[in-house]
Design a protein around this ligand. Structure first.
Ligand code: NDP
Length: 246
């Protein structure tokens, strides 16, 4: 899969699944725009990619903030001259049972995971429409499909991302922009290190392939959806979950 000459914007690209996605796309020749709330966090990872000969640059943006996102997109265009691939990967959790969930925890998760994805799609739409080309991949989650006790905010945000994916796919298809989602299951990252041992056991017993996923498992699915091989696929949700949801 070749991404030569393509510029990929990856939110939350400095670590975890986002970094694995950046690695896969860069292996295919993509230039990387790594986005994080803090510039120095993204810059550290971008510098590591540059040391391996990858054309990578860091950009600061809180995806929940539309002004930040618009400025970041302008900066990416100013730096690279184009934006071909957008991976909406930035995400947070603030888990609790509904009866104990603070309004601020509901709002924060919806703001980053759902509104952040909307903000980035909206900002990327103009350059992609002009270029008559775009690949957008949104990182959802199995819990956006099946729900999960203790994750009302997170599962609602990810279910919202799936609806947003399908709507954006319909709106942008005529401009040769595909929009798909990847729904990871239980993937070993810093995010899932916070999960209790009991919850981890419960997840693992429900995975037919009987193991946690690795960031690379998700990254390879994203890479496919960004490639020419997926040119006729849009509005889909690809589950990368070891068979957890069928
Ligand atoms: P991590 O917590 O390891 O990484 C999340 C990344 O998002 C970090 O780089 C973080 O930046 C960044 N980020 C958080 N908030 C913002 C924001 N407001 N603006 C910009 N960047 C932000 O998570 P994972 O790698 O595990 O998860 C990546 C995606 O995959 C998320 O959308 C998550 O919901 C989803 N997912 C993960 C699963 C898993 O099992 N791990 C399962 C299903 C879905 P910083 O370093 O500054 O905090």
């Amino acid at each position: 899969m070749s991404f030569e000459g393509k510029v990929a914007v990856i939110t939350g690209g400095a670590r975890g699944i986002g970094r694995a996605i950046a690695t896969e796309l860069a292996a295919g020749g993509a230039k990387l725009a790594l986005v994080d709330v803090l510039l120095d966090v993204a810059e550290t990872t971008a510098a590591e990619f540059r040391a391996q000969g990858v054309d990578a640059a860091a950009f600061a943006a809180n995806v929940a903030n539309p002004e930040d996102v618009n400025r970041m997109c302008d900066e990416v265009i100013a730096h690279f001259g184009q934006m071909d691939i957008l991976v909406n990967n930035a995400g947070i959790t603030r888990d609790n049972l509904i009866m104990r969930m603070k309004e601020s925890d509901w709002d924060a998760v919806i703001a980053v995971n759902l509104k952040g994805t909307f903000n980035c799609i909206k900002a990327a739409t103009r350059p992609m429409m002009k270029a008559r080309f775009g690949r957008i991949v949104n990182i959802a989650s199995v819990v956006g499909v099946m729900g999960n006790a203790g994750q009302a905010n997170y599962s609602a945000s990810k279910a919202g991302v799936i609806g947003l994916t399908k709507t954006a796919a319909k709106e942008l298809a005529s401009r040769n922009i595909t929009v798909n989602a990847v729904a990871p299951g239980y993937i070993q990252t810093e995010m899932t290190e916070k999960v209790s041992d009991a919850a981890r056991e419960a997840f693992l017993t429900n995975i037919p392939l009987a193991r946690a996923g690795q960031p690379e498992d998700v990254a390879r699915a994203v890479k496919f959806l960004c490639s020419d091989d997926a040119a006729y696929i849009t509005g889909q949700v690809l589950h990368v979950d070891g068979g957890m949801v069928m």
